[in-house]
Design a binder for this molecule. Structure first.
Ligand SMILES: Cc1cc2nc3c(=O)[nH]c(=O)nc-3n(C[C@H](O)[C@H](O)[C@H](O)COP(=O)(O)OP(=O)(O)OC[C@H]3O[C@@H](n4cnc5c(N)ncnc54)[C@H](O)[C@@H]3O)c2cc1C
Length: 343
């Protein structure tokens, strides 16, 4: 046994880091305040690397690429064949203006990713509709992001919980208010937005977003095989497959209250309107869940994985990519654990 580690926060980041530590022989205890305040519970589960790459975000793109490369090992470690819900993403534009915008983004990426142009082939409207027949007849064109998949976020949390228990860790429900009162040689604070109260020196802000879950009915067409991410008349909308339906997301705007997870009518209306135009057959699905979550974001968009003092490490601020970035974060976290263990 290397030592005892207490992890505060049982979201995608905390659990993935906890598992990496348990696999290295640490005695791990996770304490989590529950799903209501967990961004990972509402997320789409996209493993964004290309589609998330935006001009000016070179460092984030580098981190995202490293993390996406870590996903096959994590999926193999978790051993749930139904965790992965899509292997590729279709990037779709509604109009020629949207296609210009998408092309600028893809050009930025193609220059920075080895083999970038081959991994982001352009697709005509006809090719897009052949790949995903439920797409609107009006799409202007787009790209395929090869290897940019998605996982079922809730299955992921359940699989991580199971793997941790099987590795001898404990996962307990509870709200931590005082880090000094916690047992353990080391403490990881991976409490998402909750890090603000526990380690006030860490600068994390909230970005709220609405997201919907739609279930397939017996008379509707099956869910798509791909993640479909669209620029739809200037707005962004995505459709992520699930075994029984789709997740439609997501709006993004500044959250003024850490506890405000009430969906706004306007956000829900925009998502329903855009998804219904992008894939008209989704209108026959049942609207089973309307939710809002708050992305815990760092000021520069780069996840914060750092040592606060001899005992405490923080992993937070993953913004819109915390699930995708979990393997990179866990690798960086165990590096810090190893370094602090040598001291
Ligand atoms: C609408 C929406 C869509 C998204 N889609 C995607 C996507 O497709 N792909 C992607 O990669 N990312 C996506 N994200 C972002 C992703 O969900 C977050 O980046 C990620 O969940 C952050 O993980 P985390 O573990 O740091 O925080 P969280 O998932 O928020 O988990 C933090 C945990 O800490 C617990 N906690 C908080 N305070 C305390 C305390 N004091 N004591 C004990 N426990 C505490 C909470 O209960 C919670 O369980 C999305 C987010 C939103 C809101």
């Amino acid at each position: 046994m290397v030592g005892a580690l207490t992890v505060v926060g049982g979201g995608a980041v905390g659990l993935t880091c906890a598992l990496a530590a348990a696999d290295r022989g640490w005695s791990v205890r996770v304490i989590d305040a529950g799903p209501r305040r967990r961004a990972a519970d509402v997320a789409g589960g996209m493993l964004g690397c290309f589609a998330e790459g935006r001009p000016g975000e070179d460092r984030l793109l580098q981190i995202a690429r490293a993390s996406v490369d870590g996903w096959p090992d994590l999926l193999a470690r978790l051993g749930d064949p139904d965790l992965s819900v899509a292997a590729d993403t279709l990037l779709v534009a509604a109009s020629s203006a949207d296609l210009d915008e998408l092309t600028r983004q893809v050009d930025f990426l193609a220059d920075r990713i080895p083999g970038g142009a081959d991994r982001l082939p352009r697709m005509t409207a006809r090719q897009l509709r052949a790949a995903e027949p439920a797409l609107s007849r009006t799409v202007a064109g787009g790209f395929r992001a090869i290897g940019e998949g998605a996982v079922d976020n809730r299955r992921l949390i359940a699989a991580l919980d199971r793997a941790l228990v099987a590795a001898g860790a404990t996962v307990a429900n509870g709200e931590v208010t005082d880090l000094d009162a916690l047992p353990g040689d080391r403490i990881l604070v991976a409490a998402g937005l909750g890090v603000r109260r526990l380690v006030p020196s860490v600068d994390v802000r909230g970005e709220k977003g609405e997201i919907l879950r739609l279930a397939r009915t017996w008379w509707s067409v099956p869910p798509p095989d791909h993640v479909v991410r669209a620029r739809w008349h200037g707005r962004v909308v995505y459709v992520v497959p699930r075994a029984d339906g789709v997740v439609v997301g997501a709006t993004q705007y500044e959250a003024f209250d850490d506890d405000d997870r009430t969906p706004s009518a306007g956000g829900v209306a925009d998502l329903l309107a855009d998804a219904g135009e992008l894939m008209p057959s989704l209108r026959t699905y049942e609207l089973t869940e309307v939710a809002a979550g708050i992305r815990p974001s760092s000021p520069d968009g780069i996840p914060i994985v750092e040592q606060i003092d001899d005992r405490v490490i923080v992993a937070a601020g993953h913004g819109r990519n915390g699930i995708a970035l979990a393997p990179w974060t866990a690798a960086r976290f165990v590096e810090l654990l190893d370094t602090s263990d040598d001291c």
